[in-house]
Ligand binder design. Structure first.
Ligand code: FAD
Length: 421
């Protein structure tokens, strides 16, 4: 591992991080991507949330560029067809189903083709800065090692780098539940008596033998039908999580698998489910919310809903508010105002008081309501490309990420296929 400074170091090779690294690499920046897992793709691959949305809104494409290239290449390689994405639902759908193994392999290929150095199974242990360079100390399988970089992009989803570097993050008192996706088989989903199953499930919840989140999202009227109908895909809630650190994430993974075992054992006692099988479970539970950075700009619910455009807006974000809760119906949502497409300004990617440090992805500076929509994959892909472009330009010109002229960022992003507000 050579110790010559990188232009750009990206930590977190997930939804946003892969795209940030590819963008930086494609413009010739010496780029390193550090990822704690053995595969790239983050929540899309490791948590099995393999239906990125959204790329279109208000009848036009609003997220394109490298993220769109990856998704469409993945669909094409799988021999599948894209759905008609132009329908303006203003909110969640339609989403694009992608093949997880292909997506992960394409992430590798696109990074390597862009000249990005990949360090998998690696995590930062400390993040220092000296002589104008970031100097994260990273933990590899065989020990600690220091790397150096002009710019640093935190794409961990949890602002781990920003926290280690000593900048402020905001943690809400309660966060949205996590979800452990799985794939169930061994039953005929059209032949089940869902009313009877829901009644039996609610009785188990009332008796304290199951939790309402084990089989669905609804706390008021616990149901197991969504879990069975989707065959376990994005259908349960792991409550009371704190997933930004290793202890909290461990507790979440254990709670998710314990719940799956609990509901599996019970379901196999129910009519029509005697041969139920779990064919696959996501290697990691999916996390909707942990912390966000305290950024130079914070995107509020009002900004999001009204489609505010800032002077430094870098990309669009198109999705409805999507707030999962531990109580009530379990999810609340509403779309941006008629005709509006929300945007993400550069200031929301810059931790207050930092220098040459950016984030991209779920931990973008935003209030809870705005974040419940900004966190989706389309926006994370777009933020990733924007962050990669800003970091590469800053490194190339030896200037701060906040000082890169917007015209240069716009030109570079447009040249690489992105849509800039
Ligand atoms: C259950 C569920 C359903 C969802 N449904 C949808 C949907 O329908 N449509 C949609 O578009 N979006 C959906 N989302 C949202 C979306 O999947 C995520 O919010 C988004 O993928 C987050 O992208 P990210 O780049 O911020 O983080 P991630 O994709 O999670 O990437 C973070 C990466 O950083 C790595 N990492 C983390 N910490 C460290 C560290 N300390 N050191 C090194 N590496 C680290 C991780 O291993 C990971 O690879 C859903 C999310 C969940 C959980």
């Amino acid at each position: 591992m050579p110790n010559e400074p990188y232009d750009v170091i990206v930590v977190g090779g997930g939804t946003a991080g892969v795209i940030a690294a590819v963008q930086a690499g494609r413009v010739g920046a010496r780029t390193l991507l550090i990822e704690k897992n053995g595969l790239l793709g983050g929540t899309v691959t490791a948590a099995g949330v393999s239906y990125p949305g959204r790329f279109h809104g208000r009848g036009r494409q609003v997220v394109a560029g490298i993220g769109w290239e990856l998704v469409t290449r993945c669909v094409a390689e799988a021999g599948a067809a894209l759905p008609d994405c132009t329908t303006d639902t203003g909110s969640m759908g339609p989403q694009i189903r992608i093949n997880v193994p292909l997506y992960a392999a394409l992430c590798d290929e696109m990074c390597l083709d862009a000249g990005v150095a990949l360090w998998l199974h690696t995590m930062p242990a400390a993040v220092g800065r000296a002589d104008g360079l970031w100097r994260p100390s990273v933990c590899t399988k065989t020990g600690l090692c220091e790397v150096q970089g002009k710019t640093l992009i935190d794409c961990t989803g949890d602002a781990n780098v920003v926290t280690l570097a000593g900048f402020e993050v905001v943690r809400p008192e309660t966060v949205q539940p996590g979800t452990l996706s799985c794939r169930l088989s061994g039953y005929d989903a059209n032949a089940l008596d869902y009313d009877a199953l829901d009644a039996a499930f609610a009785a188990e919840v009332a008796a304290g033998r199951l939790a309402h989140g084990d089989g669905g999202w609804n706390a008021e009227a616990p149901q197991v039908r969504r879990f069975l109908r989707t065959r376990g895909d994005n259908a349960n809630h792991i409550l009371g999580i704190r997933a930004e650190d290793s202890a909290g994430r461990t507790a979440m993974e254990l709670a998710g698998r314990r719940a799956l075992l609990r509901v599996y054992r019970w379901l196999r006692t129910q009519p029509g489910l005697e041969n139920l099988r779990i064919d696959w479970v996501a290697p990691e539970a999916g996390v909707r919310e942990t912390v966000v950075i305290a950024g130079e700009t914070t995107i509020t619910e009002r900004d999001y809903i009204a489609g505010r455009v800032w002077d430094d807006s870098l990309c669009y974000a198109m999705y409805g508010i999507d707030m999962h809760t531990d109580d009530g119906a379990g999810v609340h949502g509403w779309p941006p105002e008629e005709g509006k497409v929300p945007t993400v300004p550069r200031g929301a990617l810059l931790p207050v008081g930092s220098e040459n440090l950016l984030v991209a992805g779920r931990c973008v500076s935003s209030d809870r309501v705005a974040n419940s929509a900004l966190r989706v994959e389309g926006s994370c892909l777009a933020m990733g490309q924007a962050a990669g472009a800003v970091a590469a330009l800053a490194a190339r010109n030896d200037i701060a990420v906040g000082a890169v002229p917007m015209a240069d960022i716009r030109d570079l992003l447009t040249e690489h296929g992105a849509v800039v507000p």
